[in-house]
Design a protein around this ligand. Sequence first.
Ligand SMILES: Nc1nc2c(ncn2[C@@H]2O[C@H](COP(=O)(O)OP(=O)(O)O)[C@@H](O)[C@H]2O)c(=O)[nH]1
Ligand SMILES: [Mg+2]
Length: 307
Amino acid sequence: MRSFFNRLKEGLTKTQKALAGQIKEVLGLAPAIDDALFEQIETALIGADCGLSVAEELIERLKKRCAKEKTAESSAVLGFIKDEMKTILTEGRGAETSAAPATPMVMIFVGVNGVGKTTSIGKIGCHYTQAGQRVIFAAADTFRAAAGEQLEIWAERANAQLVGSTAGGDPAAVAFDAVQAAKSRGIPHVLIDTAGRLHSKSNLMAELAKIRRTVDKALGPAGGTVEVLLVMDATTGQNGLAQAAEFTKVAGVNGIVLTKLDGTAKGGIVLAIAHQLKIPVRWVGIGEGIDDLETFDPDEFVQALFD
Ligand SMILES: Nc1nc2c(ncn2[C@@H]2O[C@H](COP(=O)(O)OP(=O)(O)O)[C@@H](O)[C@H]2O)c(=O)[nH]1
Ligand SMILES: [Mg+2]
């Protein structure tokens, strides 16, 4: 099978055209490195959904860098842009610890309907089982009857265990049972699916907060690691950011899964997430298949975009 890098590159084709292609074109045509050029680069950044604040920040850094290195070569400017993008993406990640996290490692997937929560759970679960690590899925989206069945299908594909539920059941109870099961069976990964929509937004936020508290309770004094992953659909671009801010407030989101980077020109949203939300993108999805998801790496991403 082709490497993930090649598929990432292919998935990013539209963003590459809108962002890297556009930047290369204006650099190629530019008679000089001047304000007019910087403005054109800024336009390309905004056009690919990087957002105004990232675009301004990047241009600011670029101007300083060009002045400092006294360059007159547009090819050098391209290198600076890539560097500064990597820096922005890396700064958004905070300090990475190399210590192995305490088990069980519980991931709670949150986000609005249709962004790709259930699919991402299937793919991430498979990532672990392929590495020989056991996984439990928890069907805590009890709002839609079909949600449990969809997760069951993914559990089979990914070779994961499943703590199921009945429609209308208590999602926090499902999460509790899954964590308990993981502890008693010595399973290191618990991936919890949640609803993306309830009767009201405040209901949904209250439910997510309750699931979070319940997971902490189930882990007990022996502890473990809890990661709340906000799943975002890249095709919604800048519109996804406001949503993200809301989930972040109530659910204490500490990582992002960015799905559907394939087939959108709005991949610049990765930079906006790093710069504005300051929450690390942990995984990126580039298709509907079980292998179409990988951990996010800033260097690899910038390289796939430009080279
Ligand atoms: N093209 C593409 N489609 C995706 C990706 N991730 C999820 N999907 C599709 O998005 C749709 C909604 O996914 P689902 O997991 O049910 O979303 P949920 O409502 O958040 O659980 C499904 O048709 C998935 O196949 C991705 O990375 N790329
Ligand atoms: Mg779902």
